[in-house]
Structures are given as C-alpha cells and as structure tokens.
Design a protein around this ligand. Structure first.
Ligand code: MTE
Length: 327
C-alpha cells in the first residue's frame, strides 16, 4: 500500500543511471542505453521553459466545435507543446522533434486500413476527413516519465472513422503504425526503437468516445513534431500509447505487437493505464510535474490521478481485471 503521495525527488535520482544501465545491459545488451531517453531520466534543463511567454499563433482550422467535457485547467502554452516533445523518429532529446522535423512532409498523406473489416484499402487522408466535424477537446496528457501537459486538441472520435470500415466480429484489437521515412526522420537511422513505431488498443478502448484522432492543437494543424498530420490521443493512458503520424490502421483478432511493451514489458505494459498506485520500476508514478512556463524540476508536483482523471468515464472498460495488470 502506498503511503507517499508526493515525491519531490526528480525521477532521475531514484535509481542511479549507472545502476540501471548495468542491469539493463545484462538483460538486453546494446538496447539498454537506448531505452534511457523515454524510460529514464529526462533531462532537467530541457524541462525548464526559459523562453518568455509567446502567444499561440492565430487559429487556422475552420468550424471547430466546442466539446463540453474539456478540463478547465490552465492549458500548456503553444510553445511548450511544440518544443518539449517525445518523437523518437526525430531524436531522443525533448528539443529534437522541433529542431529536426522541418523537412518532414505531412501531405500528401494516405492511411491504409487493413484486417478484419468489410472495407479495407488505402485512403487519402483529406478524403477520409471529408464530412467529419472537428472538435476542440482539452485533455490532460500524462507521460510515463512523470511529466504532464494540458492540451487543446483538435480532432474527432476515433470511433467515427473506424465505423466507416465496418469492423467484423473478429476485430478484437486495433493496431496503429507510424510512417517509416528515414530520409525525413533522422532518428530512424538509430536503433532507439524497432521501427516503425507501433501501438494498439483493444477494440472497446478504440471505440470509446474519449479516444481521439487529432489533426491539430490550439486551432492549428498539427505541427510535425506533434505527430502531423494524424495522431492518436488516449487521455487515460500514458502518452506513449498516443502514436503519431499514423499511416496504417489494422483490425486484428489477437493482441498486436506494440513498440514499447514488446521491447521492455517490465517497464511498459500493453494497457499503460495511468495509475498512481503502480510505480515504474525506476520512479514513482504517484505525482507528476506539469510543464508550464517558468516551471522547473523544483516546482511543486501534483498528484497523479487514476486513469489520469478519466476514471468515471473509462474504469468500467476494465471491470473484473486486476488494476495492476493494466499498467
Ligand atoms: N509516436 C511516435 N511515432 N514516436 C514517438 O516517439 N512518443 C510518445 C507519443 N507518440 C512517440 C509517439 C510519447 S512517449 C509521448 S509522451 C507522446 O507521444 C508525446 O506527445 P507530444 O510530443 O505531442 O507531447
């Protein structure tokens, strides 16, 4: 039973890096060092927003509908949302995606729909988006590294799209794949992950009304570093489930391969539901650091909420399952 609700120690201090590396190296050989970026010690300097507040650029997506369930918490600034990113395809530093994604081309873009559905094939993204109403939904985003943001996403429920393909009764899971384009994604020249990045949800999770496909933030089309032109957002799960720059969606009968949980199952589960009661092997998940202008690693942490605050909406999806198995 947890007694500590607040952990003022930076996650990096909990398990010395060297100890962790030695352990991982024994287990996984060369892959160990490469895990450190996501899993390990985020660099404190990158976490601090030293730049003066910069207002969000003017919105450009027309006709956004306001969703009534948005959190009223202060939104993370556009600058922090676009300069403090995890997108290993561009590098493992938080600043790499903004600095190295300039030559990435998110159009033209097509998405392949495959597997257990009546309608499959390759579809142009702009055709797929035709007739879909875009909404603004402000969700909390909780990274497994114990930092968090509040993001005004622009997008639509994933279910709206999936229903069009008429999944069959054999569709028990939905698998997603990120584009593989090393000539525009320099991080793919490194074996930091087994490319392409892959993620998956159970079909009921995918169909849940909170599960979003995002095409924008702050009323602007997604910047490359945030997963242009199409990314998943699953607000009750750790951020690594929210796969970016999706090119393939497949309905499957069995649990699909997922990049992080298949590479390091002891550290990243398939479900990855936010749970303050289940610590990561190297740091506490009881609290989190909210990325904000002027904040630093020494700023007060806030308590992490079960299912990232969305328990009321999603806990019933896991009725009868051991919450510890849902990490
Ligand atoms: N998707 C891809 N393709 N590659 C990645 O490295 N990182 C994940 C997720 N989606 C990642 C990804 C992680 S760990 C997080 S926390 C979120 O994206 C971060 O999203 P953001 O950079 O928009 O905040």
């Amino acid at each position: 039973m947890r007694t500590r609700l607040y952990d003022p120690i930076p996650s990096c201090d909990i398990t010395p890096e060297t100890v962790y590396r030695q352990r991982r190296e024994l287990i996984r050989g060369a892959a160990a060092g490469l895990l450190v970026g996501l899993a390990g010690c985020e660099r404190p300097a990158a976490a601090m927003s030293t730049a003066p507040p910069i207002p969000a650029p003017k919105p450009e997506i027309p006709g956004l509908q306001r969703w009534t369930g948005s959190t009223t918490e202060a939104r993370t600034s556009y600058r922090d949302l676009t300069h403090y990113n995890n997108f290993y395809e561009f590098g493992t530093d938080k600043s790499d995606p903004a600095e190295r994604s300039g030559s990435f081309r998110p159009r033209p873009w097509s998405v392949e729909i495959a597997g257990a559905a009546e309608v499959t094939g390759r579809f142009d993204l702009d055709d797929l988006l035709k007739g879909i109403a875009l909404e603004e939904r402000i969700y909390r985003l909780r990274c497994v590294e114990a930092w968090s943001m509040v993001v005004p996403w622009n997008g639509f429920p994933l279910a709206t799209l999936l229903r069009r393909f008429k999944p069959t009764s054999r569709a028990k899971y939905v698998a997603f794949t990120t584009i593989e384009r090393p000539q525009q994604m320099p991080g793919q020249h490194w074996n930091s992950l087994d490319w392409p990045y892959r993620e998956a949800l159970r079909i009921d999770e995918a169909m849940h009304p909170l599960t979003l496909l995002a095409v924008g933030i702050y009323g602007r089309w997604l910047p490359n570093q945030n997963g242009a032109p199409l990314r998943l957002v699953v607000p009750w799960k750790y951020g690594f489930k929210s796969i970016k720059s999706i090119v393939r969606i497949e309905f499957t009968e069995t649990q699909p391969y997922t990049s992080w949980s298949d590479m390091a199952a002891d550290e990243y589960g398939f479900y990855a539901n936010v749970n303050p009661e289940v610590d990561h092997p190297r740091w506490s998940q009881a609290s989190e650091r909210r990325i904000a202008e002027g904040a630093s690693i020494f700023s007060a942490r806030i308590a992490t909420l079960p299912f990232n605050g969305y328990a009321e909406q999603v806990a019933s999806l896991y009725a009868g399952m051991d919450p510890k198995a849902l990490y």
